[in-house]
Design a protein around this ligand. Structure first.
Ligand code: ZN
Ligand code: ZN
Length: 471
């Protein structure tokens, strides 16, 4: 069958189907012709626009690294407010909260036996300082499971080193939460074993000598009393080979990282007020804070740029969508989702009006999939949205599977419906929390594809006649 014949048959079938749907099913389609036209125009406009790249360029260049609770994070909030005003949001403000501040400080780490060699490491978030310089032999653990079995006190006077493997690069970032265990809870076992310090292989997929930072987990509100350091993948490989040769390893380390008391942080809120249901909120956002080794371009300057630019494009339509679109620039995400928990608490009486939430926090590569966790009626709407996004190379993924993103966790836990526009994460864990997370890693065209997808889908959801509220 020729291609033209196929298309003709397809059209005839389509005409028959729409005749049926008017004749038999009188319900309006979930997306009107006007909404479809607006969504397609938003996609085109986003692909032609430099706005998103300009936003992330401005944030990473004019503000730079933005550790949660730092003075730089405060400058970033002021930057976010000014940006929201300039882009024509209807309501712009900051919701403040307080938090404990952890500062990285200076670190020196080197191998001293079987010979002298510098290592590239960084303290993990929440780690204690060394009281004096630590010089000690290493006890090698092939992975976190080996350390978990340690007897109390068995590591007295030693430095524990937890190896593992470099992450395998993948579209979905699979394997992160497992690899992350040595970073998150390794200290609890090393400390129980009496180790003077814990050193872990970085959680990342790169083969550069950059360490990956990241937060540890507290143990019922208690933080590590020992220094905890992540070293680069090649350095971990090196220690492993020497261990396999039967060599005794010694390290020397000095770290100044420490907790420094309560400070102010906050979430920046930018609203486009809905024209018919202003009380109903479609929440999108990213996190404004970053780790301090790079400039937080892919994590998460990109998410701030994508969601702010998408909302700004929707603001340029002649009419506001029916529901309020709220961009939240969350504070202090990296150090424990503190802005997210503060938001959920400050809005606890209003959460039933949050009809949808999603965050962009997985870099700046293209979106390949849309997933959802919404009402059955809204699931059909997301199916239709996926068709409008398909020219961008986006496919529909499962329903009932969207987590919404890290800062959405406290909202989703309270029943707020979520979608997620899943980005290709192939290169994400090469850069994640390293000094290499800088603006040059963002491809402006890939960023624009993200903005196109957000602008179209968020407009359609916010403007839809379909009930988004959970019953
Ligand atoms: Zn992030
Ligand atoms: Zn991060």
């Amino acid at each position: 069958m020729s291609r033209l014949t196929t298309i003709a048959k397809h059209l005839a079938f389509g005409a028959l189907m729409s005749a049926c749907s008017f004749g038999v099913f009188a319900e309006a389609p979930p997306i009107s012709d006007k909404q479809k036209k607006n969504a397609e125009a938003l996609i085109q406009k986003a692909l032609d626009s430099d706005l998103g790249f300009e936003i992330v360029e401005s944030l990473t260049t004019e503000i730079g690294p933005r550790l949660g609770g730092s003075e730089a994070e405060k400058r970033a909030r002021d930057w976010g407010v000014k940006l929201g005003q300039k882009l024509g949001f209807d309501r712009v403000g900051i919701e403040e909260f307080t938090m404990p501040f952890w500062d990285r400080g200076h670190l020196h780490i080197a191998m001293t036996a079987p010979y002298q060699q510098p290592l590239y490491g960084t303290a993990l978030g929440g780690a204690a300082p060394t009281k004096t310089q630590i010089d000690a032999d290493v006890v090698y653990f092939r992975d976190i499971h080996a350390l978990t079995d340690i007897q109390d006190g068995a590591l007295k006077g030693k430095i524990a080193f937890v190896d593992g493997d470099a992450m395998v690069k993948s579209q979905t970032g699979a394997g992160y939460s497992q690899a992350n265990q040595r970073r998150r809870v390794g200290w609890q076992h090393a400390q129980r074993g009496g180790a003077r310090a814990l050193v872990v292989r970085s959680v990342g997929s790169d083969s550069h000598r950059f360490p990956h930072s990241g937060m540890m987990s507290s143990d019922d509100g208690e933080w590590a009393e020992i220094p905890v350091i992540a070293i680069s993948n090649p350095d971990a490989d090196h220690l492993r080979r020497l261990h396999q040769l039967g060599k005794t390893l010694s390290l020397s380390l000095h770290s100044e990282s420490k907790w420094e008391g309560e400070v102010d942080s906050g979430n920046v809120i930018l609203d486009l007020i809905g024209s018919e249901k202003p009380e109903e909120i479609v929440l999108i956002g990213g996190h404004l804070d970053s780790w301090d080794l790079g400039t937080g371009a892919v994590d998460d300057g990109a998410g701030i740029a994508i969601t702010t630019a998408a909302a700004a494009l929707i603001a340029s339509l002649p009419e506001r969508p029916k529901r309020t679109i709220r961009v939240v620039m969350f504070g202090a995400e990296e150090v424990g989702l503190l802005g997210a928990f503060a938001y959920a608490k400050q809005h606890e009486n209003d959460l039933s009006n949050h009809v949808l939430a999603t965050e962009s926090d997985f870099g700046a590569q293209t979106i390949w999939q849309i997933v959802s966790n919404v009402n059955p009626e809204a699931t059909a709407l997301v199916d239709e949205i996926a068709k409008i996004l398909s020219p961008l190379g986006i496919v529909r993924g499962g329903s009932d599977v969207a987590g919404g993103g890290p800062d959405i966790i406290p909202l989703a836990a309270k029943g707020v419906p979520t979608i997620r526009l899943n980005q290709n994460g192939h290169d994400y864990f090469d850069l994640h929390h390293t000094p290499d997370d800088t603006l040059d890693k963002i491809d402006p065209d890939e960023l624009a594809q993200n903005i196109a997808a957000y602008a179209a889908s968020i407009y359609l959801l916010a403007d839809s006649a379909v009930e988004l509220k959970k019953n």
